[in-house]
Design a protein around this ligand. Structure first.
Ligand SMILES: [Zn+2]
Length: 465
C-alpha cells in the first residue's frame, strides 16, 4: 500500500458518456485507476455508496477584484475560491483587465499577486485588452506562451473604458489565433445601447426592468452578427461569452455549420431566472448584462444546451456589494451589472437540469466541467475522471433536498439572488488534487494551496460536430 493513496469505493461515476458503479484509486494528486478495484488497498478509503462521483467543476468565467462601474467586486482570491470550493468548483479562470497604460504582461502579474497566499483552488487568467496599441498586440504571443491563450474584449461599456472597436478586434484575433489563442467577446452592440439608455432615462423609465428594455435581444444578435462576419473575414477563433438570445444562438449554430470557429457559452442565471425578477422591488439584484430574458428564450437556451449549439455553462460571477448595487436603485444604468454565482452553478444545473429531465447526467458533467476544461486548454488534466488526471473530485448525494438561500451559501456578498430555491441533490465532499478540501459544511483547506493553471489550447475547431 502506497502512502498518500486513497480509494473512493462504490460510487456511481460519470466517466465520459458512461455512468457506472466503480471505484477510483488516487495516488498523491492524481487518479491512477478507475474500475472494479475490490483487491486494491489504500491509506484512506471513502465509501461513496449511493453517491455520484463527478469531476470537479471548472468555471472559466469569473471576475475577482474586478474594478467596474465605480466599484470593485467583493470576491477576492480567498473569498471567491472558498465559495467556489463549496460549490464543487476546483478550477477557475479569472478575467484580468489591462489597466490604462498598463501592459498585457501586467494582467498576469496582477493576478499572481492577488492569488498569492489566498487561492484555495487552482486558477488561471484571461487577459482583457482595453487599449489595443501596437505594443499590446506584440505582447500577445508572450501571454499565450505564459499559459493565458484566451483573451477577452468588450464590444460595449465605452464609458468604463472597456470598448474595443471592430477593426481592432480583427487585428487582435489575427495575432491571437496565429499564436494559438482564442478571442472571447462580450457581444452587445454599443451604438444601440447608447441610443436606448438616454431615451429611456429621459422619459423617466429608470426602474430595473428598463435595463432589460435598453438591451433587448437584438442588441446581442447584432453584435453576434458582426462577430460572425469577423470570423468569416479573418478565419479567427472566437468564443462568445454569456450568450442569452435565441436569435444569437441560431446565428452561432449556422456559423458552426458554415465551418467558422465560433463557440458560445451561456450562464446559470439565464437558465434559472427570467426578466420577471427585474419587476420586483429588489429587481436591482438581477441586473446583469446581457439582461435576463423571457421564458421562451430561456427554453431555447436549454434546448441549445441539450443539442450542443451552446457548448457549456459558466457562472459569470460578478459579486458587487449591496451598497454598490444600490447605486442603481433609482437609475438602472448606474447599477453595477452582475450576479454573484460562483457557488451555485453545479447545484442549480443538477437540480434544474438533471433532476428535471432537461440534461442527461453525462451532458451535465460535460457543460460544467469537461467542455470548459477542453475549450480553455485544461484537458485532460482537469474536467474529467481520467487516469492520470488531477484528482479533482466531487461526491454528490442525488437524493438530498435543501433550500438554497444566502445563509446556506458561502459567497462574500451581503445579499443573494438565489433565495428560497428548492434544490435536489447536494455536494457531500470535494477533493482538489487528491486533498479533501470540503467535507459537508466544513472547509479543510487553507488559502494559498491553489496553483496557477498554465493553459494551452487544443487544435482549432472547424466545422460542425
Ligand atoms: Zn463576465
Amino acid at each position: 500500500m502506497q502512502t498518500g493513496s486513497m480509494l473512493i469505493r462504490g460510487g456511481t461515476a460519470v466517466v465520459g458518456h458512461t455512468v457506472s458503479r466503480c471505484d477510483l484509486l488516487i495516488q498523491g494528486e492524481h487518479i491512477t485507476a478507475i474500475g472494479d478495484l475490490a483487491e486494491a488497498e489504500a491509506e484512506t478509503e471513502f465509501d461513496a455508496d449511493g453517491l455520484l462521483v463527478l469531476p470537479g467543476a471548472v468555471d472559466t468565467h469569473v471576475h475577482f477584484n474586478d474594478v467596474f462601474m465605480n466599484t470593485v467586486s467583493v470576491h477576492d482570491y480567498y473569498t471567491g475560491t472558498l465559495a467556489a470550493a463549496f460549490g464543487g468548483v476546483t478550477s477557475i479562470v479569472d478575467f484580468s483587465n489591462q489597466v490604462p497604460g498598463g501592459s498585457l504582461a501586467k494582467t498576469l502579474s496582477d493576478k499572481e499577486e492577488e492569488a498569492e497566499g489566498k487561492a484555495l483552488i487552482d486558477w488561471g487568467v484571461h487577459p482583457v485588452i482595453t487599449e489595443p496599441t501596437d505594443e499590446v498586440l506584440d505582447e500577445i504571443p508572450r501571454v499565450v506562451d505564459e499559459g493565458a491563450p484566451t483573451i477577452k474584449c468588450y464590444m460595449t461599456y465605452r464609458e468604463d473604458g472597456l470598448l474595443v472597436e471592430d477593426e481592432d478586434l480583427k487585428r487582435i484575433v489575427v495575432r491571437l489565433t496565429e499564436a494559438g489563442g482564442m478571442l472571447m467577446l462580450h457581444a452587445e452592440d454599443n451604438d444601440m445601447i447608447e441610443e436606448n439608455v438616454p431615451r429611456l432615462v429621459s422619459s423617466g423609465k429608470t426602474a430595473p426592468i428598463y435595463h432589460a428594455r435598453s438591451k433587448p435581444p437584438e442588441v446581442e444578435t447584432e453584435a453576434i452578427r458582426r462577430i460572425i462576419q469577423m470570423a468569416r473575414e479573418t478565419g479567427g477563433r472566437f468564443f462568445i461569452v454569456h450568450l442569452a438570445s435565441d436569435e444569437g444562438l441560431e446565428l452561432v449554430r449556422l456559423a458552426r455549420e458554415e465551418g467558422l470557429d465560433v463557440t458560445a457559452e451561456t450562464c446559470t442565471h439565464y437558465l434559472v431566472f427570467t426578466e420577471q425578477m427585474l419587476e420586483r422591488e429588489d429587481g436591482i439584484k438581477w441586473i446583469c448584462s446581457p439582461p435576463l430574458r423571457d421564458r421562451l428564450i430561456q427554453d431555447q437556451l436549454w434546448k441549445g444546451l441539450q443539442g450542443g449549439s451552446i457548448a457549456m455553462v459558466t457562472s459569470d460571477d460578478a459579486a458587487y456589494s449591496w451598497q454598490a448595487k444600490l447605486h442603481g436603485i433609482d437609475r438602472f444604468d448606474k447599477c453595477p451589472n452582475g450576479i454573484p454565482g460562483i457557488e451555485t452553478r453545479l447545484h442549480l444545473l443538477y437540480s434544474e437540469g438533471v433532476a428535471k429531465g432537461r440534461l442527461s447526467l453525462p451532458r451535465f458533467v460535460e457543460v460544467i466541467s469537461t467542455a470548459p476544461a477542453r475549450l480553455f486548454g485544461l484537458a485532460p488534466r482537469k474536467g474529467s475522471l481520467t487516469m492520470g488526471a488531477d484528482a479533482d473530485i466531487v461526491l454528490f448525494d442525488p437524493e438530498a433536498r435543501w433550500t438554497m438561500s444566502r445563509e446556506r451559501l458561502h459567497m462574500a456578498t451581503d445579499w443573494s439572488a438565489y433565495e428560497d430555491i428548492e434544490i435536489m441533490g447536494r455536494i457531500v465532499k470535494v477533493f482538489s488534487r487528491g486533498e479533501l478540501i470540503i467535507d459537508a459544511d466544513q472547509c479543510l483547506a487553507a488559502g494559498g494551496r491553489g496553483r496557477y493553471l498554465h493553459r494551452r489550447l487544443g487544435p482549432t475547431f472547424r466545422g460542425p460536430k
